[in-house]
Ligand binder design. Structure first.
Ligand SMILES: Cc1cc2nc3c(=O)[nH]c(=O)nc-3n(C[C@H](O)[C@H](O)[C@H](O)COP(=O)(O)OP(=O)(O)OC[C@H]3O[C@@H](n4cnc5c(N)ncnc54)[C@H](O)[C@@H]3O)c2cc1C
Length: 287
């Protein structure tokens, strides 16, 4: 196995593009190393991106925020500006594993690993986040919901890697929230999760909304019907009821020892409603 730690994105892309056998990007390694140790994969090449300076930065830009692909989740929680703008995204990143895991793991790794229960992904999808991808020929920017295409499978092509996650600038009176259900208090995989992002008008009416659900389908779901259910409302009981019903209707969960289809569907509805209330409060709305 060959290990390389290039110092530029261009060099990292060239290594991945010219690799003969199986090649993997290494960010925090909290998924990759577990899969290697478990004998599920045996990479011929590992490209560590942590020595690429631009990938270690969180940058506030005119159009929002750029979170470098090698920034560990713990640093998201330490960035006051990011936490104020996107509290739901940061709380999702800071739910991953434990303090030790958060010191290594990244939201780009969480997204590229393409687990249906990945914690940061529903919050990113609700936020309207984009993945900035560098490849051998071109760069492209795609919505986060288009990265995972099935459990453990992503849409990146040979030679491509994610450089950064882009979060949009915040409109006034906006708020987001992320909630997950696990049977323990931490160090567990979400049985169901929900991310909600809202913008209100001056009267507290929901003007824009995005609702995403995790662990209820092969990939994270962006549920347009759930957003539609609350747009135009002040998140009154009737709107919340419609939101819960739309969330439940979108679920296509598996039935396993961690949760039955009925349980996951019911909890998705409950979490979507609770996350919407938190997001509404963070946007300055009063219920
Ligand atoms: C003890 C433990 C607890 C955990 N708890 C949780 C949890 O609560 N919630 C949760 O969602 N996950 C959890 N995980 C899984 C893991 O920590 C997360 O998925 C994490 O965000 C992965 O990030 P990473 O930087 O470590 O990824 P890595 O392991 O470095 O990479 C993961 C995959 O993505 C690819 N990849 C990484 N970065 C890029 C990039 N920039 N471009 C292209 N491909 C890339 C890698 O090649 C690899 O296939 C846990 C893991 C452990 C070991």
């Amino acid at each position: 196995m060959e290990y390389q730690a290039p110092e530029t994105t261009k060099a990292a892309v060239a290594l991945l593009a010219n690799a003969k056998g199986s090649a993997y990007v290494l960010a925090g390694g909290s998924d990759l190393l577990v899969r290697m140790k478990g004998g599920f994969i045996a990479p011929d090449l590992i490209v560590d991106i942590k020595r690429i300076p631009a990938m270690r930065e969180i940058r506030k830009t005119l159009s929002g925020w750029a979170i470098g692909a090698a920034v560990p989740c713990a640093e998201l929680g330490e960035n006051k500006g990011l936490k104020k703008a996107w509290p739901g995204v940061v709380e999702a990143a800071n739910l991953i594993g434990s303090k030790q895991i958060q010191g290594r793991c990244t939201i780009s790794g969480n997204m590229c690993n393409a687990g249906p229960a990945a914690d940061s992904v529903p919050a990113l999808v609700a936020a309207g986040a984009m993945a900035q991808i560098a490849g051998p020929k071109t760069k492209r920017v795609v919505p986060v919901e288009q990265i995972a295409i099935g459990p453990g499978k992503n849409s990146l092509k040979k030679g491509e890697l994610v450089e950064a996650i882009i979060l949009p600038a915040r409109a006034p009176r906006s708020g987001d929230a992320y909630l997950r259900f696990i049977p323990r208090t931490e160090m567990d995989i979400a049985v169901v999760s929900a991310g909600v992002n809202l913008t209100l008008d001056a009267k507290g009416v929901v003007r824009e909304a995005r609702v995403a659900l995790g662990a209820v389908a092969p990939t994270v779901l962006l549920v347009a019907a759930a957003a539609k259910a609350i747009i135009g409302s002040k998140l009154d009981d009737a709107a919340l009821e419609r939101l819960g019903q739309a969330a439940a209707a979108a679920c296509r969960p598996i039935d396993d020892k961690r949760g039955t289809i009925e349980f996951r569907t019911e909890v998705a509805s409950v979490l979507a409603k609770r996350a919407a209330k938190i997001a509404y409060g963070r946007a300055g709305g009063k219920i």
